[in-house]
Write a protein that binds this ligand. Structure first.
Ligand code: M6R
Length: 368
């Protein structure tokens, strides 16, 4: 039941600290990930892995896009990510020693399952399925599995399923890094990420406590017809996910761009009627992002920035800023997802849409 919450979506957003802890439970030592969490054959398969192909749909695809940044940066493995409905109809070339990975909340998405079945004919070394539903088709048909442990997700708009997929994908990244002698991440850095993972749930709680402030921000969106989301690096997929949430439940047209692409086209759309939402964690790309935000301001765009409290981005006339607690750079995509979920939730409530059951959509897309 929804309990004290007005919608399942809100309840599921608030469950995230708890399910993130559940997704980590028993899978970490003090210094690294327990590779056997992925099954008895995982260590051998991961040591052999030279490339990774990740296939998924919708929100799960966005989790895959985040994982590409992590897997290349920390495990040093080249990664391709693609939506299942495209992958299954082309003729993918599979290099030797490539691992196939599917991501799915339900484990019953028709295109993702078809892609998995097709992949089995293409000579991959194995298929890893990251999934939330035990006993689903995807779990039964994969060689290795990792359950995301988000518990039942009722709202059509995926929230806790996404953040627990990110946890699973960070565990996968650490497991690969540990299984390979040439990984860019040394043991010390692995330990730092493990400690940051263990400290993550209470930090998420602090971000959820910004709910009232985000509800106030949401008022600026209710009358708008369009919105632009910007991010860089691993936060570009977070911007994509923020835009998908807003589209799905508030029916406002939203697009996401890597901030560096602004001047290659979308800047033409920016005027005082266009809200621009940006995530600004404290990472290498911050200075570049700041200059992208300046470009928006110069065009009269209304900026909404979710920023690390230490980075010196402050509110003024045309810029509203919400400060987030500082977090290890590797985990920032997880944390910055939360305010975007709450923002789209409150905009949808203001617009009076059917938040848990948006028009034209089904929770599990079991037909093509
Ligand atoms: O169950 P799956 O993760 O395979 O579902 C994939 C998409 O249908 C799903 O993520 C969809 O995009 C959600 N409604 C997004 O909120």
């Amino acid at each position: 039941s929804k309990g004290e919450y007005r919608h399942f979506m809100l309840k599921e957003i608030y469950e995230q600290p708890a399910v993130i802890s559940a997704a980590l439970e028993g899978r970490l030592s003090d210094t690294g990930v327990l590779v056997e969490s992925f099954g008895p054959e995982a260590a051998t398969l991961f040591a052999r892995t030279r490339q990774i192909h990740i296939i998924a749909c919708g929100t799960s695809y966005h989790a895959g896009l985040v994982a590409r940044y992590w897997l290349e940066r920390y495990a040093g493995v080249p990664v391709q990510v693609e939506v299942a409905s495209e992958y299954r109809y082309r003729h993918p070339v599979v290099p030797e020693d490539t691992l196939f990975v599917t991501l799915s909340q339900s484990g019953e998405t028709a295109d993702t399952l078809a892609a998995l079945r097709y992949a089995k004919t293409l000579g991959y070394i194995g298929a890893l399925g990251i999934c939330n539903v035990p006993g689903s088709s995807l779990v039964r048909e994969s060689d290795l599995t990792l359950m995301t442990r988000a518990g039942p997700e009722i709202g059509v708009a995926s929230t806790k399923a996404f953040t627990t997929q990110l946890i699973a994908l960070m565990l996968f990244t650490l497991a690969l890094a540990k299984s390979r002698s040439d990984a860019p991440l040394d043991a010390g850095e692995q330990g730092e990420i493990v400690q940051a993972l263990k400290a993550l749930a209470p930090i998420c709680q602090q971000v959820l406590a910004l709910n009232d402030e985000i509800e106030v921000l949401s008022q600026a969106f209710a009358e708008k017809h369009h919105a632009l989301f910007l991010g860089r690096g691993a936060h570009f997929p977070i911007a994509l996910e923020g835009a998908l949430k807003l589209k799905e439940i508030s029916y406002i047209h939203a697009e996401a761009y890597p901030a560096g692409e602004l001047k290659h086209g979308p800047l033409a759309l920016v005027d005082s009627e266009m809200p621009v939402i940006s995530v600004a964690p404290n990472d290498d790309l911050l200075e570049k992002l700041k200059s992208n935000l300046q470009e928006v301001r110069a065009r009269g765009g209304q900026l909404f920035v979710f920023a690390d409290k230490n980075v010196g981005i402050h509110a003024h006339d045309d810029t509203q800023v919400l400060h987030l607690p500082h977090i290890h750079e590797a985990l920032a995509p997880l944390l910055y997802t939360l305010p975007l979920q709450l923002l789209s939730y409150h905009v949808a409530v203001l617009k009076g849409t059917d938040v848990d059951q948006p028009r034209n959509l089904a929770k599990s897309v079991t037909v093509e």
